[in-house]
Design a protein. Structure first.
Length: 143
């Protein structure tokens, strides 16, 4: 939720690490449809940011308590077509790091990029992962 500039140079570096890791998998013959992502909290934000900037058909992604990065969502940064990649986002409402409003805006952006997004909101659950989220992730994404 902070201005993007205040996350630099670490944000660009972290996005590049994910990009390099995906490229390494591709170089080893792994197709994008067989690449999966999982992130919690800051990792979820980073995962969603990378995916929205590099949308294509992946195996799937799970983001627990995360949303797109920046003070405002800059729609011009995001392109590509997920071709119905399953993405599960679980979150608590409220969450002191990622407000539900940002999660909902992220879901809207991912759906606009043709992702198959499933959102689960847990009232007053806190900044944690619950068993139901793991079950949904296993059934919806890692099937």
């Amino acid at each position: 939720m902070a201005p993007e500039q205040s996350n630099e140079p670490w944000l660009s570096s972290a996005i590049q690490v994910i990009e390099n890791t995906v490229q390494l998998a591709l170089d080893k013959g792994i197709k994008t449809e067989n690449i999966y992502f999982f992130g919690f909290s800051q990792g979820a934000c980073l995962t969603l940011e990378f995916l929205a900037q590099h949308a294509k058909r992946y195996g799937g992604a799970v983001a627990i308590i995360g949303g797109l990065i920046g003070e405002e969502i800059d729609l011009s940064k995001y392109s590509g077509d997920f071709r119905q990649t399953p993405i599960f986002i679980g979150t608590s409402d409220p969450d002191f790091h990622v407000p539900l409003e940002r999660v909902n805006a992220t879901v809207k952006m991912l759906k606009a990029q043709n992702a198959d997004v499933k959102l689960a909101v847990y009232p007053n659950f806190g900044h944690s992962i619950n068993q139901e989220e793991i079950t949904i992730a296993n059934q919806f994404v890692f099937r």
